[in-house]
Design a protein around this ligand. Sequence first.
Ligand SMILES: [Zn+2]
Length: 199
Amino acid sequence: MGSGSERWRIRPLELPRPWRYCASCSTARAFVCSERFRVNANKKSLDVWLKYRCESCDDVWKFPLFERRSVSDLGAQLDGFARHDVAAVWKYAFDVARLRPHVIKIDTDVRVEVERTSLACDAGSDEHLCIQFEVPFPCDIRLDRLLAGELGISRSALERRVAPELREALRKRVRDGQTYLLSKNDLAADRQNGGTSVL
Ligand SMILES: [Zn+2]
């Protein structure tokens, strides 16, 4: 029997889709991030946006990130904007608090990949599997859906393996730093695949 603890790192495979009123479609639509910045210079004043396109008609929406800033205000970030740096794109595309005032709603129910690592420190036991979640980006993933998909079991089978006081948490979204305890009863056969899987 290996370690009773695992770290599950939840990596999104796509960016959230903000919903806005699209003037061309005359209705609310999901907008898809183009993963490109737009920087506009007016004398020494810079404006920066992240570009999105309407999922239906391809109309462009520019998500305002910075307005009337100097070069020194933006510093090293400017280089990232010029290169459409992926890490910078992801940082702002997942900045839900910054997006919210500009949109109707944000669809953060994105596809994710789970990287499972056995941990040397054994917070679990032979009877229990202790899972530590790392959720570096705010994805809207329900814990029961994640566990059932990753362990290859039904949600009802999953419910039987958790203590009654932990069942409420199953219906909530997975949070960064969350720890969850699961009974290993009947689980061994389901846990052959391990490694990485796409939900
Ligand atoms: Zn449209």
